[in-house]
Design a protein around this ligand. Structure first.
Ligand SMILES: Nc1ncnc2c1ncn2[C@@H]1O[C@H](COP(=O)(O)OP(=O)(O)OP(=O)(O)O)[C@@H](O)[C@H]1O
Ligand SMILES: [Mg+2]
Length: 509
């Protein structure tokens, strides 16, 4: 797929881009080029400045210095509208759709040519045509809240194409997708480049980047540290350029020594947001000192399973015990006090309070007890010391502990949540895709940390759509399908096919 160096025209050239935030130089004289018809991957550690650079390109941020050229012509992008009119569209790390509106309504939202009367029939037909051309399977009439995350992403992409984007920016699009959805997305991306569009693709998954991209630019601490042709590099080399050291991809761990049952889930039934059965007589146990991995295609009850254990969803029947304490339908504080740590899939809704500082977020589950508080009063000096220490230990990149957590980069927000949850010596941990959005070095650190927790005796329930992560960390793998555990097997690479079949429901007895 590599292109010849010369004859492709440059779709985009960014020269000397500088973007400074209070306390951080997020982009430090960045040069970046994109050829027409190319898929160009942007790589870099958490907080390296990838999203910032793309926010500059999509008109969301004004650079402090630097120039942008589109097809050879200098442009000034003062707003997202300017960028859209110039043919630049961005699908953000966090989606920006209106849940109560339909697909079609979201697609025309903000389209200046649509003012009073919307001709839905014509609109839906046009959306259908674009969807067909690019293999984006979606019902234009469906409401956003009814759609899976993968489907919502297709709506975002459709919206960009409808608005006439020639340059598409996708910020970690695969972080929220199942492996099957990734395959579909890649087909769509190839359709887009075949039709002359150009794509900037941000991801931390190196295998994926090597598979889909033509060229790769690596950012490190706000600067370009390498620009390479994808066919001429390797995963190990990329990781080293990003992180500045060698990275291991499969963690070394000793066999588990499971102790007593810590988490016991007994014939649990629960419904999903749409009122349909999500968990059906699901039973599962996790012992002290073991990692039980839950494999499954998204939407088979994983989210609901994590939610019922952590007091965030009602159980219709069945029981959940944590260290002998009945936590069924008890408030979240009961499972927290019984020693449960929760790393949720949703970082900004469930996982953190975006407008609070890093310090307040980090102490959220520890502040009610000494040493942080005595009786009614919070010891502010102790809070600052505690937060500073955790920020350092978990390598959270933030200008200060007072910085609002919504200003952290995606990966650093995840590290902040991990710091809060793993620092309390939990008896049990529910971890939902803990490495999502983390760079190779941080992923390695989190995996090592989870195994250390296991070896200390914690019972770990790991829910992930990343099979590599599951195989690397789990001591047992349980496959979930339509709200039931349909099989349990050891985490051997030789069993991948079987796991896949179970996940697809083809081995259900
Ligand atoms: N609006 C903002 N205000 C203040 N600081 C910001 C803002 N946006 C980003 N930053 C800071 O700029 C730096 C670069 O962040 P950016 O989001 O570009 O990183 P990234 O490479 O996308 O990381 P990740 O892989 O974790 O998503 C970080 O230190 C971040 O905290
Ligand atoms: Mg980012």
């Amino acid at each position: 797929m590599t292109q010849t160096e010369t004859n492709e025209p440059l779709a985009l050239e960014m020269r000397g881009i500088v973007k400074q935030f209070p306390g951080v130089l997020a982009n430090d004289h960045v040069d970046f080029t994109l050829r027409q018809g190319e898929i160009h991957a942007l790589l870099g550690e958490n907080g390296a400045g990838k999203s910032t650079l793309m926010n500059v390109l999509s008109g969301l941020y004004r650079p402090d210095a630097g120039e942008i050229y589109l097809y050879g012509e200098k442009v000034e992008l003062h707003s997202p509208r300017d960028a859209i009119e110039a043919g630049i569209g961005m699908v953000h790390q966090h989606f920006m759709l209106v849940p109560t509106l339909s697909v079609a309504e979201n697609v025309v939202l903000g389209d200046p040519s649509v003012n009073y009367v919307i001709h839905y029939e014509a609109l839906e037909k046009r959306i259908g045509e674009i969807a067909e051309q690019f293999g984006l399977d979606i019902d234009p009439k469906a409401k956003i809240w009814q759609l899976s995350v993968g489907e919502q992403q297709r709506v975002e992409i459709l919206k960009m194409l409808y608005q006439g984007a020639k340059i598409l920016i996708l910020d970690e699009p695969t972080a929220v997708l199942t492996p099957q959805e990734v395959t579909e997305l890649f087909k769509t991306l190839q359709e887009m480049t075949a039709s002359g569009r150009s794509i900037i693709f941000i991801s931390h998954k190196l295998d994926e980047v090597l598979e889909i991209s033509d060229r790769i630019t690596v950012l490190r601490r706000g600067k370009v540290s390498a620009e390479v042709v994808s066919a001429e590099t390797t995963k190990a080399e990329l990781a080293k350029t990003m992180v500045g050291r060698e990275v291991v991809f499969r963690i070394d761990k000793k066999p588990s020594e499971p102790g007593d049952v810590v988490l016991e889930i007994d014939k649990v039934n629960a419904k999903n947001d749409r009122g349909l059965p999500a968990l059906r007589d699901l039973s599962l146990t996790v012992r002290s000192g073991e990692v039980v991995g839950i494999a499954g295609v998204a939407g088979n009850g994983q989210t609901e399973l994590a939610a019922v254990i952590n007091g965030m969803r009602e159980v219709e029947s069945g029981r959940i015990l944590l260290n002998g304490v009945d936590i069924t339908n008890k408030p979240a504080t009961v499972s927290i006090d019984a020693g449960m740590a929760y790393i949720p899939a949703d970082r900004t809704g469930v996982g953190s309070a975006p407008s609070l500082g890093v310090d307040d977020n980090i102490i959220m589950k520890a502040y009610r007890k000494p040493p942080l508080s005595h009786g009614w009063s919070l010891d502010l000096r102790e809070v600052a010391r505690y937060a500073t220490d955790l920020v350092k230990r978990f390598n959270v990149k933030t200008p200060s502990i007072k910085t609002q957590s919504r200003l952290l980069s995606g990966g650093n927000l995840q590290k902040m949540i991990l710091a809060r949850e793993l620092s309390r010596e939990p008896v049990a941990i529910t971890a939902v895709y803990p490495s999502r959005g983390l760079d190779a070095g941080a992923t390695e650190a989190v995996h090592e940390r989870l195994i250390a927790e296991r070896d200390r005796g914690a019972a770990i329930l790991l829910i992930s759509e990343d099979l590599d992560e599951l195989l690397s960390l789990s001591d047992r793998i349980a496959v979930i399908y339509e709200g039931q555990i349909v099989g349990e097997l050891p985490p051997d690479d030789s069993r991948i096919e079987e796991i896949g079949l179970l996940m697809a429901g083809s081995l259900v007895r």
